[in-house]
Design a protein around this ligand. Structure first.
Ligand code: HEM
Length: 315
């Protein structure tokens, strides 16, 4: 494929901006997805990939209100926007010289992830918003958000193997903490699955008590917080800023979670909570990338310098 010079220049100039945009877009589409849910618009387009049988876009329907149709259709359209941003990341990585296989792979994960998410979204609709399909949809979004942060970091790093800046114990704790975050988010999807915001009154729900699920969800937060305190000691002077941002983000999200639980899960707080979940994932992934460096290999791959000093040369 021959890419015109002006397009190559444009893609490389804005490569970092595209990567920042894909982080925001992956976390943001989870929020718009929650808006679909809390407004009861999940089946505003009752089929997929068409909105209603015979039309890709909403048309007047005797049983579906136009608001529900346009909210659900708007979210589907946003998938296209996220796909375009991920596509720009991929194109920029492809035209970069020398081509960086790790960056290409990470950008491919973003683009492929959007395609996969479009399919999962379709399954969600075709199963009538079956609770565990909605949960998988959100979990994949959070995974893609984490991967987008890694892509962004890769642009300022070199291509050598990751060299930890922190002790082996700190690294181990970060791995376990990432796992606990996964469980915390998963538990959140279970609370949602049993809670009042199904996306449609007819959606099959998880038949378990919300207070018990919310308790497990909050307990995992306490575990996460405990590990965060331990990590603070193990990190020493490393990555103080990303660490402080993570602590602040997690505490804020915990408060939002408590308030929404005590106030009967008002719609707006549900969406703010999903935004907070994305922010916690971003902050945890950022701390992860900030505690390791990758050496910058030169064109023949013989010499190396630290990733920090390679930033300017690659930008
Ligand atoms: C860092 C801390 C937290 C994270 C990352 C987190 C994340 C999440 C996620 C990802 C969901 C699922 C959203 C969805 O499926 O659309 C959720 C739901 C929920 N969370 Fe949390 N959460 C945290 C703390 C808390 C706390 C402390 C509480 C208090 C009990 C709480 C209460 C809830 C409730 C009630 C729901 C269900 C909302 C609904 O009905 O849709 N969360 N959380």
């Amino acid at each position: 494929m021959t890419v015109p010079a002006w397009l190559t220049a444009f893609l490389l100039k804005f490569q970092r901006a595209f990567a920042i945009a894909v982080v925001a877009a992956q976390a943001g589409i989870a929020v718009t997805g929650s808006v679909v849910r809390v407004t009861g618009s999940g089946l505003g387009c009752p089929t997929w990939p068409e909105c209603v049988s015979g039309s890709l876009v909403p048309v007047a329907h005797p049983e579906i209100g136009p608001l529900h149709q346009w909210v659900e259709f708007g979210n589907r359209t946003l998938t296209g926007v996220v796909g375009i941003i991920a596509g720009l990341c991929l194109l920029a990585a492809w035209v970069d010289r020398p081509r960086r296989p790790r960056v290409v792979k990470l950008a491919l994960v973003q683009f492929g992830g959007v395609v996969v998410q479009a399919g999962i979204g379709g399954i969600t609709v075709l199963t009538g918003l079956l609770w565990w399909t909605v949960g998988i949809h959100l979990m994949v979004s959070m995974g893609l958000t984490w991967a987008a942060v890694v892509l962004l970091a890769a642009l300022r790093e070199g291509d050598g193997p990751a060299v930890p800046l922190v002790s082996a114990n700190a690294q181990r704790l970060q791995v376990v903490q990432a796992g606990v975050l996964g469980l915390l988010v998963l538990a959140g999807t279970f609370v949602t699955a049993a809670g009042p915001h199904a996306g449609d009154a007819s959606a099959p729900r998880l038949d378990l008590p919300v207070p018990t699920l919310a308790q497990v969800h909050a307990d995992l937060l306490f575990l996460f917080l405990g590990m965060l305190v331990g990590l603070g000691f193990l990190l020493g002077r490393h990555a103080r800023r990303p660490y402080a941002v993570l602590v602040a983000t997690v505490l804020a999200q915990g408060v939002i979670g408590m308030v929404q639980y005590w106030t009967g899960v008002p719609e707006v707080l549900v969406s703010v909570h999903v935004l907070g979940a994305g922010a916690v994932v971003i902050a945890t992934a950022h701390l992860w990338t900030a505690t390791r460096v990758r050496a910058h290999l030169d064109e023949v791959g013989l010499r190396s310098q630290t990733a920090g000093s390679s930033v300017a040369s690659h930008a």
